[in-house]
Design a protein around this ligand. Structure first.
Ligand code: NAD
Ligand code: UDP
Length: 328
């Protein structure tokens, strides 16, 4: 019998790539999504992969549909549901917190009832403005709970603690993926994160908006590598948090240069104030992912940016009115 997976947030950027991987492996996949940041367009490729895809429009903060509870058992539940862009943090902070708490609780209960494995998409944000570099899973982090990013960082920390509690109390087979910055096709051009902002601006010949002095760093993972990592974590027996990310670290200014070069954009960068609590340095220590999952990223930054360029070009060709979302 085919394996059966529920992917909450499956209409989103990462979720749709994960669904594609699962369908290609012969899984039956049910997407559970309220489309707050997800898109029907992300599911188009998946629909072409056959009839093993079902889409349920639902907000996980509400009790789950009865049909999911009493229907065919799920083997695996991936919880990727959450707005993830800093531009969303001011717009829907309460919803973000409810999604990782009430929403994740609903999915953990479903996992318990079905005897399913459940993976929580956590974030490098649990490390906050890290005082250790690179970040190992043993580091507890440096988070301001009441700052601009607090709603997201604390939501992810709560989701991890809730997952861990289900493991302690009920032995529910949990998995916790600490995902680092990921990019690639199917990101919304106006989602506000660095890669879509820079591509959208560069392709329109505009100045790239650099927050702060641009020396802050991030480490960028191509989305298909991440999807493989999430799958590998689910198949492992590791119930500890695992960093899933690419250790390639670049400053914001280096990314601006790379994208300007790739697109031939000649506009000078525009400096804007650094948002509150914006982490200065971020790079995963991936020792655990390598040793426990046997996973390493395969796509170079150069290749990943080329693939992303083609995608953002086609997005802007379809809708030339798209603009980057900038935190002023
Ligand atoms: P995304 O916004 O593209 O996808 C999130 C999906 O979840 C969307 O389809 C959205 O509609 C859905 N969703 C949100 N709240 C929901 C709710 N209450 N009920 C049902 N569906 C809901 O974001 P993404 O970049 O694909 O991120 C996916 C997951 O990975 C998120 O949990 C995010 O926090 C985590 N993550 C992503 C990154 C990254 O760089 N992309 C980094 C760290 C963590
Ligand atoms: N950033 C920037 N200009 C933008 C968007 C983002 O300088 O138009 C910076 C942002 O301040 C941060 C980095 O790029 O230091 C990554 O931002 P993103 O929102 O992609 O992810 P996160 O901050 O959550 O890692």
């Amino acid at each position: 019998m085919a394996m059966r997976a529920l992917v909450a947030g499956g209409a989103g950027f990462v979720g749709s790539h994960l669904c594609e991987l699962l369908l290609n492996k012969g899984y039956e996949v049910v997407v559970l999504d309220n489309f707050v940041t997800g898109r029907e367009a992300n599911l188009e490729t998946l629909r072409k992969l056959g009839h093993r895809l079902e889409v349920v429009r639902h907000d996980i903060t509400s009790p789950l549909p009865q049909s999911l509870k009493t229907g065919t058992r799920f083997d695996e539940i991936y919880n990727l549901a959450s707005p993830a862009s800093p531009v969303d943090f001011d717009v829907m902070p309460v919803f973000i917190m409810r999604t990782a708490s009430e929403g994740h609780l609903h999915l953990l209960e479903l996992a318990r009832e079905h005897g399913a494995r459940i993976l929580f998409a956590s974030s490098s944000e649990v490390y906050g403005d890290a005082e250790q570099h690179p970040q190992k899973e043993t580091y507890f982090g440096n988070v301001n709970p009441i700052g601009h990013r607090g709603c997201y960082d604390e939501a992810k920390r709560f989701g991890e603690a809730l997952s861990q509690s289900y493991w302690r109390q009920y032995k529910t087979p949990i998995r916790i993926a600490r995902i680092f910055n990921t990019y690639g096709p199917r990101m919304r051009a106006n989602d506000g994160r660095i890669i879509p902002n820079f591509f959208t601006q560069a392709l329109k010949g505009q100045s790239l908006t650099v927050y702060g002095d641009g020396t802050q760093t991030r480490s960028f993972c191509f989305v298909t590598d991440l999807a493989r990592g999430l799958y590998a974590l689910m198949q492992s027996e590791d119930t500890r948090p695992v960093n899933v990310g690419n250790p390639i670290e670049r400053s914001v200014l280096e990314m601006a240069d790379a994208i300007n070069r790739l697109t031939g954009n000649r506009a000078a960068v525009k400096y804007l104030p650094l948002p509150e609590n914006d982490p200065k340095l971020r790079r995963p220590d991936t020792t655990r992912a390598t040793s426990s999952l046997g996973w390493t990223p395969a796509v170079s930054l150069e290749k990943g940016l080329e693939l992303s360029l083609d995608y953002f070009k086609s997005e802007l060709a379809q809708d030339p009115t798209l603009e980057a979302s900038v935190i002023q």
